[in-house]
Each structure stands twice: as structure tokens, then as C-alpha cells.
Design a protein around this ligand. Structure first.
Ligand code: PGA
Length: 244
């Protein structure tokens, strides 16, 4: 399966950030798919710049419904209409800042499928859950509650992002990453043997050029979801180089 390295710019990036996108496109490696998820304000211009290149543009969130009275939200259909091809759903910052439940995330993932977008569905345990030995139970509950009813291996990607590893410089051991990814794979295969075996499972949380090779070599790690290090093309491409 072809790995995916996706950059989540979060609430960073002005129109001047186009230069970084152009540098990513120019430096795209052939060994993996690349995705850049800028803030919603940049979706249209980034999609226009990336058109015809191998870099997919994604949004960072969507609403579950097609349209309606939801001030400030954008729908999956709007994201597709902007020219983007993907959306991140259930990021832990959305779950925490906007009290998104697993049911909300399931609705968003289903909306992405409805609009023909790739969904990157994020799950991950907190520090307290990890310390209490509750990581696997938490991941299982998140999968049960937030996976859409139909697994589409071409359009659904799971991102395992331990909350305590995001933006902290901390990463789990490769053994811990392997354990969680194996568990996710097992669950997906149990739900759908064919799609579950070929769905990509990304690792996210403090991925940098310096640790990418080690993390990406872990069994069942099929790419990375990158926050801070995706803001500079050189760092982002340095991570993708793990697949060169
Ligand atoms: P980070 O963020 O790479 O800055 O830790 C990852 C993410 O939140 O997707």
C-alpha cells in the first residue's frame, strides 16, 4: 500500500504561505502520497496551485450535514467544491476545543465519504489514559464510535495520534506505536477483511525529519500526520524522504 504523508497546518498560514506549498510540490518524492491541509481560507487558492500535481489539498474539519443553519461551519461538499480532495476529522484539538464526540466524528467521516473526499480520521489516548494502561481500550472505543458504517480503503485513512505526543516533542516508543497500530489493523480487518487490510494507518505526534525513518519503519505504520513540522516545506519533505 502506498504511504501517505499529510501536513496539518492547523490555525497557521496566510496567503504568503503559498510559497511553501509550491516548494512542497516542486520537491514531491515519488515514494509516497503527499497531502497539505491548510486553514479553510486557503483551500481554494491551494487547490488551484496543486491542480495537476501529485499533492492533494485537504481541509481540517467539516460539518456532518450538507448545508443549513450552522454558522461558521463548512460542509464536505463545500470542501470538494473548493477543489480539495480530503478532510481531517476528529482531530484531538477539535475533540477538546469543540467537544466533538465519537458520534460527531462518525457523522463527519460519513459526510466526507458522501462528498467523495478522503477522510483522515484521528484517534488517540490522553496522557492519563496511557499512564492508567487504558490506551487500547480507549482506541477501541474511538474506533467503534467514530468509524463510518462502510470502510472504503481508498478514501478512509486512520491517524493514530497520542494526545500527549502532539506538539510536545514527545513520541511513544516504536514498540508502543507497533502495539496500537497492530490493534487498529486487527479491528479494521475484523470489520472488513479486504478494506481493513489495505487501509492506511498513519502515526501522528511530534513527527520530524529526525525521527521519521524510525517511526515510518514500524509495522502497520503507513505514513504520518504532521503538524508543526509541516509548516516548512524543507521539514515536511524531510519527513517524506523516509520513503525515498
Ligand atoms: P505535531 O502535530 O506534529 O505538531 O505534533 C500533529 C498533529 O496534531 O496532527
Amino acid at each position: 500500500m502506498r504511504p501517505l504523508v499529510a501536513g496539518n497546518w492547523k490555525m497557521n498560514g496566510l496567503r504568503s504561505g503559498e510559497a511553501e506549498l509550491r516548494a512542497v510540490i516542486a520537491g514531491a518524492v515519488t515514494g509516497c502520497d503527499l497531502m497539505v491541509c491548510p486553514p479553510a481560507t486557503l483551500l481554494v487558492s491551494f487547490a488551484a496551485i496543486a491542480k495537476g500535481s501529485s499533492v492533494v489539498i485537504g481541509a481540517q474539519d467539516c460539518h456532518g450535514e450538507r448545508d443549513g443553519a450552522h454558522t461558521g461551519d463548512i460542509s464536505a461538499e463545500m470542501i470538494a467544491d473548493a477543489g480539495a480532495g480530503a478532510v481531517i476529522v476528529g482531530h484531538s484539538e477539535r475533540r477538546a476545543d469543540h467537544q466533538e464526540s465519537d458520534a460527531d466524528v462518525k457523522a463527519k467521516a460519513s459526510a466526507a465519504a458522501r462528498a467523495g473526499l478522503i477522510a483522515i480520521l484521528c484517534i488517540g489516548e490522553t496522557k492519563e489514559e496511557r499512564q492508567a494502561g487504558a490506551t487500547i481500550a480507549r482506541i477501541g472505543r474511538q474506533l467503534d464510535g467514530s468509524l463510518p458504517d462502510r470502510l472504503d480503503d481508498a478514501r478512509l485513512v486512520i491517524a493514530y495520534e497520542p494526545v500527549w505526543a502532539i506538539g510536545t516533542g514527545l513520541t511513544p516508543t516504536t514498540k508502543d506505536v507497533a502495539e496500537v497500530h497492530a490493534f487498529i489493523r486487527e479491528r479494521l480487518v475484523a470489520l472488513d477483511p479486504k478494506a481493513g487490510a489495505s487501509m492506511r494507518i498513519l502515526y501522528g505526534g511530534s513527527v520530524k525529519p529526525a525521527n521519521a525513518k524510525e517511526l515510518m519503519a514500524v509495522m502497520n505504520v503507513n505514513g504520518a500526520l504532521v503538524g508543526g513540522a509541516s509548516l516548512k516545506a524543507a521539514d515536511f519533505l524531510g519527513i517524506a524522504a523516509a520513503y525515498s
